[in-house]
Design a protein around this ligand. Structure first.
Ligand SMILES: *Cc1c(COP(=O)(O)O)cnc(C)c1O
Length: 412
């Protein structure tokens, strides 16, 4: 058999067919059943408590059971939760934090008048490196705030050891990690406290919201006071708190979302597996490492694009995928220390891994309702974009085939 002529399968950006003409979004929140939600809202409106009432208490109780911790404090967002945690925790001085994270992690430090000390990440897992934390620790350092990036759990034991050795508090921004496990243990119980986000792109969704998990009874009490202005009940405020309460409506949504969490995490892990299988042989594409005994939520499915081997940068790939109707995001680019808001801050040392990772990251669509076929479509798009970038001529997978008469005769 001989192909009539080599045909190329060009990407949409070079005039090929658009693979997702209706568009494929980066994410889509899991939303609860409308009728059940209306029932919840009817109960709330029929009572007299619109905020911080029975639904909030139930959400805190169910979350605490899920994480296996003694206390959960629901708040209005992960950002307010982080701000409040540092305040209620009495943190002073410098806080070691990754620059490869979402801006809110670092904002919470600066809003408290504390100084962020940026430390580098591990090149494989992209989470805060305990060795880098050790190098960054100084006399003024009092705490570590680490992020379970994309839902991939941090090196918790390494960070705990460094924290202990240097007498530092250890906190986690667990915005991505509702449902993550480190060696079988649910994220939520690590360090002094962990803060989760319930905003629409996260795993458990309440519209807006956050949850602080801790085993520290005194800290939990101060957090409850702090989310209510720092008011112990007699309006003689004990410290400068916030209004960071969660409303009953948000808690009702969060409770419904918690019911389907395990299913959502399982589905995202299946999709991540399909992505890896479909993309692992593409030149220049690799993945952040998730240890086999850990569980990531894959809040984001992020790939690393090596421009030299791929034939184009992560930015180039993002643009080409946009032409295919595929929405992507460069999580987390720019790194926080490169943001305009942080230009005046010293980077406090070596961020070479962060600086080398940031130009390569690209987050692909991932949501619980996404199908295996969607993943195959994105992978097909990436493969043909790569071939086009690299100038590889490709045979059409379904070409017009002309029987080779001579060859056929020889076989006979
Ligand atoms: C989303 C996010 C936050 C902020 O969460 P909100 O609930 O929107 O305030 C904080 N940290 C990280 C890592 C996030 O991704």
């Amino acid at each position: 058999m001989r192909l009539e002529k080599p045909l190329i399968d060009p990407p949409a950006i070079s005039g090929g067919t658009v693979l997702f003409p209706k568009g494929l979004p980066l994410t889509r929140p899991v939303t609860p059943d409308l009728d059940e939600t209306i029932e919840d809202f009817r109960k709330i409106l029929g009572g007299s408590t619109l905020t911080n009432g029975p639904f909030v208490s139930r959400l805190e109780k169910e979350a605490a059971e899920y994480f296996g911790v003694r206390h959960c404090v629901a708040v209005s967002s992960c950002t307010s939760g982080l701000m409040l945690l540092l305040k209620a925790g009495g943190v002073l001085g410098d806080v070691i934090v990754p620059s490869f994270t979402f801006a809110a992690t670092v904002h919470a430090i600066v809003w408290n008048g504390l100084r962020p000390v940026f430390a580098d990440i591990d090149p494989e897992t992209l989470t805060l490196s305990p060795e880098a934390v050790q190098r960054a620790a100084g006399l003024r350092t009092s705490a570590i705030l680490a992020t379970h990036i994309y839902g991939n759990p941090c090196d918790v034991s390494g960070l705990t050891a460094v924290a202990k050795k240097n007498g530092l508090r250890l906190f986690f921004d667990a915005a991505h990690a509702f449902g993550s496990k480190r060696a079988g243990v649910a994220v939520g119980a690590f360090g002094d406290a962990e803060v989760f986000s319930l905003s629409p792109t996260k795993l458990v969704v309440s519209g807006e919201g956050g949850i602080i998990a801790t085993n520290d009874e005194d800290l939990a009490r101060r957090l409850r006071m702090g989310r209510d202005y720092g008011n112990p009940g007699d309006y003689d405020c004990l410290f400068v708190g916030l209004n960071a309460r969660m409303s009953e409506f948000h808690a009702a949504l969060g409770l419904r979302s918690l019911e389907v969490l395990e299913e959502a995490v399982a589905q995202r892990n299946r999709l991540a597996g399909h992505y890896r299988t479909a993309l692992e042989k593409v030149p220049g594409i690799s993945f952040p490492k998730v240890r086999a005994i850990d569980r990531s939520t894959f809040k984001d499915f992020t790939i690393l694009v090596d421009a030299e081997h791929f034939g184009g940068s992560a930015d180039d790939l993002a643009e080409a995928l946009k032409s295919e109707g595929v929405e992507t995001r460069r999580y987390y680019s720019p790194a926080v220390h490169k943001m305009r808001a942080y230009r005046g801050f010293s980077t406090n040392g070596n961020l070479s891994v962060t600086d080398s990772v940031v130009p390569r990251v690209l987050t692909l669509p991932m949501f619980a309702e996404m199908t295996h076929e969607d993943v195959q479509g994105v992978a097909k798009a990436i493969r043909r974009i790569q071939r086009s970038f690299a100038g590889v001529q490709v045979w059409d997978p379904n070409p017009f085939v002309v029987p080779d008469v001579e060859e056929a005769a020889a076989e006979r």
